[in-house]
Ligand binder design. Structure first.
Ligand SMILES: [Zn+2]
Length: 658
């Protein structure tokens, strides 16, 4: 008789070992946190002398589920902003809120709440990626769960790092601190190719190789990402990261939605673990990962929830069901991705995808005692058919709810008994979470209160209080003016020719001003575009004074480089109207009577108008200077041979807004 700590007896055991043994009346013996025997009830009891025996009659025992990719502190951001496109959601809402609120205590709180949810849903092991991962790991270890905890590295400042060098340094010290922890596998997480640089990806790969820890990242999540890579690098994402050497590390690749056959083989050859996130991919409309092809090729694919902001829960039973149903619908084949295979993905194969296959993922001798007990005798899961050996997997994947999990054990220690959590006291944590939600709400209410604060929230907007002197004249024939400019009478400082694509956003309150998205395509002497510039300008509304022939304006302007698409800004700022004005602009910078003026001759392309517009303008930061220039501007008009200045403000009000 071998002495053991504990025997769990009399359960239906779904082992998920390599033979996928199912033991109708089974028992499992545990010593020192590890499984020492699994087998028929009588056999195990006769061979072992247990300090404690727990009768599990009526329960089904399975390996604890493995959630292959998530961002657990984001439980605190659950439901913050939904039904948005990925970039608007991430850059417009999640990242600004994260910059303001994410701290070690935020991460610890969010992680503890997530652990409660995960344990209740039968998850014993997961792969996380976030900021202040040390605080995440603290909370996870305290809850007694097993996890790969990955410290994020980004090319831009993050809540926990001013620079990429800082975040890489903290990833290193994080790995050193947790390297030999029994439950936590530390790891480094370069967030994604599009949020990193090749240099960052290489540095992270080297760090992962140096400590032999996993490298956790997002790859090929959206079609836009892959198309951008094809355009810039002439290859999709997977061969590109392979070229950088990234796949030499033990990579956990979340998503891999847009990968072709060749790329799947590349990932398989490299031994990359893939995390499939059905809910997240559906919610963000990212597409359908070719999971069936991945499995046929032999990739280790785990099932995952992604963060609770893009899901919005951490229910792995729901993910299993979706993974199977989506695969069937997409391949138009109801035999695709059967329940048994999905359950494998959520247990043994998922553990392999996280490089923890030696420790967890199945119930067999030598592995850690990470297991759950489930009540399958519920109204939504009855009756039971035993004729087909796949029926148990149907019950587990298609009909079981997370709430049917009654008991959870990790490393031989109970985390939940009879649905009572033993390691997380969740009630006070939820009060703290509600308090965060209130503060985040008021932060966003304030920010949404003005176009300017929304502009500042997504990037650096520089304020320039400036005075602008402007005259705008309709010009049926520009040739005489062009001849005049080039006559030698004026000092030409520089000239340019470009196509200007402007979109003006208006808002309900005219005091908000107008937001202009401008794309300038610079055209060379041969008519070829040699440079493109994108800018965003918020222009204040107030025209301080108008001269009969010149418009003298005082405006506050905020200029920011426009890093996102016009579509992004439209969805983010939600203007009441958007007007497009496209022009072909010839521009001169002239010196006239000691002052500099821009002279623009614009041909309107959209709206298409006959003739041209002459615009003479000057911007200055001094009021006195503006007054002087206002006096000179009419003289310059005359000097250019434009006799009659027909004001266009009344006739074309939309054109006088730049
Ligand atoms: Zn993710």
């Amino acid at each position: 008789m071998t002495k053991v700590d504990l025997i769990l007896s009399n359960a239906l055991i779904v082992t998920m070992d390599k033979n996928e043994r199912v033991i109708p009346e089974g028992a499992l013996a545990i010593t020192g946190g590890s499984i020492v025997a699994v087998g028929p009830h009588q056999e195990v009891l006769e061979a072992h002398n247990a300090a404690e025996i727990i009768d599990c009659e009526g329960k089904t025992m399975t390996p604890g589920l493995v959630n292959a990719h998530t961002h657990i502190p984001m439980t605190l951001l659950r439901g913050l902003a939904d039904d948005l496109r990925l970039d608007v959601w991430l850059l417009g809402y999640i990242m600004p809120v994260e910059r303001e609120f994410v701290s070690p205590s935020f991460c610890q709180l969010g992680s503890s709440i997530a652990c409660a949810e995960l344990i209740r849903g039968g998850v014993t092991c997961f792969a996380d990626m976030y900021y202040f991962e040390d605080s995440v790991a603290e909370a996870v270890a305290q809850a007694g769960m097993r996890a790969v905890c990955s410290q994020t590295v980004l090319k831009f400042p993050a809540p926990d790092a001013a620079s990429y060098e800082d975040s890489l340094a903290s990833a290193r010290s994080f790995i050193e601190k947790w390297h030999s922890h029994p439950l936590i596998t530390p790891s480094v997480a370069p967030h994604a190719p599009y949020t990193c640089t090749p240099e960052i990806l290489k540095a992270c790969t080297n760090l992962a190789l140096e400590y032999d820890v996993p490298l956790h990242t997002h790859l090929a999540e959206t079609l836009a990402e892959v198309e951008e890579w094809r355009e810039i690098y002439d290859m999709p994402v997977i061969p590109w990261v392979k070229k950088l050497g990234l796949l030499d590390a033990k990579v956990i690749a979340a998503h891999c939605v847009h990968v072709d056959d060749g790329e799947i083989h590349t990932l398989e050859h490299a031994g990359t673990g893939v995390a499939h996130n059905p809910s997240s991919n559906l919610k963000l409309a990212s597409g359908f990962a070719p999971v069936v092809d991945m499995l046929e090729t032999g990739l280790n694919v785990g099932v995952a929830t992604d963060g609770p902001s893009s899901n919005n829960d951490l229910d792995l039973f729901e993910e299993m069901r979706l993974a199977s149903f989506i695969a069937k619908a997409v391949t138009e084949d109801p035999t695709a991705l059967p329940a048994r295979k999905v359950f494998d993905m959520a247990t043994r194969m998922g553990a392999k995808a996280l490089y923890l296959g030696e420790q967890t993922g199945s119930l067999e001798s030598g592995k850690k005692a990470d297991l759950i007990l489930i009540d399958l005798n519920t109204a939504h899961n009855m009756p039971h058919f035993d004729r087909d050996s796949n029926a148990i997997y149907s019950r587990l994947v298609y009909a079981t709810k997370g709430t049917d999990v009654t008991d959870v054990m990790v490393d031989g220690k109970w985390l939940m008994r009879d649905r009572s959590l033993l390691t997380v006291d969740v009630a006070p944590l939820l009060e703290e979470a509600a308090d965060y939600a209130k503060r985040i709400d008021s932060f966003l209410v304030e920010r949404e209160g003005s176009v300017l604060s929304k502009l500042i929230a997504i990037g650096e907007a520089e304020q320039e209080q400036s005075y602008e002197v402007q005259i705008k004249v309709q010009l049926p024939n520009p040739e005489p003016v062009i001849e005049k400019i080039n006559s030698g009478e004026f000092e030409i400082i520089r000239t340019a020719h470009y196509l200007e694509y402007d979109t003006y956003f208006s808002f309900p309150d005219p005091q908000e001003g107008r937001l202009r998205y401008r794309e300038d395509e610079f055209v060379d002497a041969n008519g070829e575009i040699y440079n493109v510039r994108y800018r965003l300008t918020l222009t204040g509304p107030a025209a301080e004074r108008e001269y009969p022939k010149a418009v003298f304006l005082s405006r506050s302007r905020f200029i920011a480089p426009a890093r996102h698409s016009l579509r992004f800004y439209r969805e983010y700022f939600k203007p009441t109207s958007a007007i497009e004005i496209n022009k072909d602009r010839l521009r001169w910078l002239l010196r006239y009577e000691g002052a500099e003026f821009f002279v623009n001759i614009d041909r309107l392309l959209e709206p298409a108008l006959e003739g041209c517009f002459l615009e003479i303008k000057s911007r200055t930061w001094s009021r006195r200077d503006a007054e002087i220039k206002a006096e000179k501007i009419s003289a310059l008009r005359k000097a250019l041979g434009v006799e009659k200045a027909k004001a266009v403000r009344q006739e074309y009000p939309d054109l006088v807004c730049n």
